[in-house]
Ligand binder design. Structure first.
Ligand code: LLP
Length: 439
């Protein structure tokens, strides 16, 4: 069931703010609103807590691992899901205690595991049999894993309705242990046999889920798995994490389920399955996008507006912004669409009519970023904001075509701005390289 959102929950800049930000920091610029982000996190946490007594809301830091964002998420009570040593180091640098971090990864390097154990990471989410044996080795060598607990990543075998590149819970996936073919059970038993501190189970079925059915059934399946592990093997799960994945509003057509409804649905699936079992695990979720995507925009300046002949449609108007593929690869990878709004109204603005254009970037690629409606008199020099870019923008940025990655400005609750990530400098863009002397 998909329901309409009560309102447009996306953050957007006002004209004055946008002008001031562009003047102070230049464009392209990622902008995040602190109050919006805190409010999103609180709403999620309260919705989750309202339907279950003991919850763990983790922020999936892959969505945005800017230190300021990690600090805000931690201050709002989130634990932090890290998918690499780099993300763990970022969380530590942001002041998050290691004990509040969960380390994921389908192919963790021994060094990554060792670093995490040395730091006292809270949980390691175990993904394959080789990792179990490696953890067994560490356990033997160190006389235990210290404070670190282990959670088994399960592939519940559900196919979510989302882009195939961001669905992870189906049977044919590189992540975790399949439940149906018995791998999950064998993995759990091996962990227990080695005396490793297994505390529970995890699944993540996919991202940008606008139809939450997959998430619901993922939750139900791992709860049933926990039930079976208790009845058949006497193992009592103390922790179940059903992953992230709730969708957000990218365009007016997106209708994500309100978080309150979503939490009720997922929690009900788990608690129904556990009814009468005597199991009362901590219930975890680890959303990334749902917490931070709508709190951010990317501010660009329009450079070129060009209308060209086009097959089938007659003509196509390209609106080129001063960024693109390197600050937002999502349209190229997933065919993602966004809403773009003009934030400056030049004196020359004459009309409120909208036209459909193709927004493109400045990279040496045929990068039609996405199609969107813009004012018919959009012109070079206009400032525009692309909404819903707080997640998987800065964290997926590259320096393709040797464009510096944009800065991130944080709009503080008092309306002031803080530069929380500066733009790459020209010097550091080439700092890693050298030319052999004989060249
Ligand atoms: N937990 C796990 C184990 C995950 O694999 C993911 C996302 C999340 C949590 C957070 O999912 P979210 O709530 O943000 O949907 N780069 C892609 C998304 C890749 C997501 C992979 N895993 C994008 O730009 O859409």
């Amino acid at each position: 069931m998909v329901s309409a959102p009560a309102q447009d929950t996306r953050f957007r800049l006002g004209e004055e703010q946008a002008r001031a930000l562009a003047e102070q920091y230049g464009t392209p610029l990622y902008v995040l609103d602190e109050t919006h982000l805190r409010t999103r996190i609180r709403r999620y946490r309260e919705a989750f807590q309202a339907c279950y007594p003991d919850v763990d809301l983790a922020f999936a830091s892959k969505a945005n691992s800017t230190l300021a964002v990690l600090a805000i998420a931690a201050a709002e009570g989130c634990s932090i899901d890290v998918a690499s040593e780099g993300e763990l180091r970022a969380a530590l640098a942001a002041g998050v205690p290691a004990g509040r971090c969960h380390l994921h990864g389908n192919n963790k390097q021994l060094e990554e595991i060792e670093f995490a154990l040395d730091q006292g990471v809270g949980k390691i989410v175990v993904d394959h049999f080789g990792e179990i044996e490696a953890l067994g080795e560490f356990h033997r060598e160190r006389g235990g894993l210290g404070v670190t607990q282990l959670v088994l990543r399960l592939a519940p075998g559900v196919d979510p309705v989302t882009h195939e590149k961001i669905s992870t819970g189906q049977a044919d996936t590189k992540f975790g242990f399949n439940i149906a073919d018995g791998s999950g059970e064998r993995a759990a038993l091996r962990l227990l046999e080695l005396g490793l501190p297994l505390v529970g189970f995890h699944c993540h079925v996919g991202s940008q889920l606008l139809d939450p059915e997959a998430q619901r059934s993922g939750g139900e399946l791992i709860a049933r798995f926990a039930l079976r592990m208790k009845s058949e093997h006497g193992f009592e799960a103390r922790y179940l994490n059903v992953g992230g994945g709730l969708g957000v509003i990218y365009t007016d057509q997106d209708r994500p389920m309100p978080v309150e409804e979503y939490c009720r649905l997922v929690v009900k699936a788990v608690t129904r399955a556990l009814e009468g079992s005597g199991l009362h695990p901590i219930l975890g979720q680890e959303p990334g996008r749902a917490l931070v995507a709508e709190s951010g925009v990317t501010l660009y300046r329009v450079g070129v507006v060009k209308t060209v002949p086009a097959k089938e449609v007659g003509t196509r108007t390209y609106v080129a912004v001063d960024g693109g593929l390197s600050d937002n690869p999502r349209p190229a990878i997933y065919g993602s669409r966004y809403a773009i709004e003009r934030v400056s109204s030049p004196a020359t603005a004459t009309t409120k009519d909208e036209v459909l254009v193709t927004v493109c970037g400045k990279h040496c690629e045929t990068d039609r970023l996405f199609e969107a409606s813009v004012p018919a008199d959009i012109a070079p020099g206009d400032l525009v904001q692309v909404l819903t870019t707080g997640a998987y923008g800065s964290s997926m940025a590259s320096t393709y075509n040797r464009y510096p990655r944009p800065a991130t400005a944080l709009v503080r609750p008092d309306g002031s701005f803080s530069l929380v990530q500066r733009r790459d400098t020209w010097d550091e863009m080439i700092a890693r390289e050298s030319v052999p002397e004989d060249l």
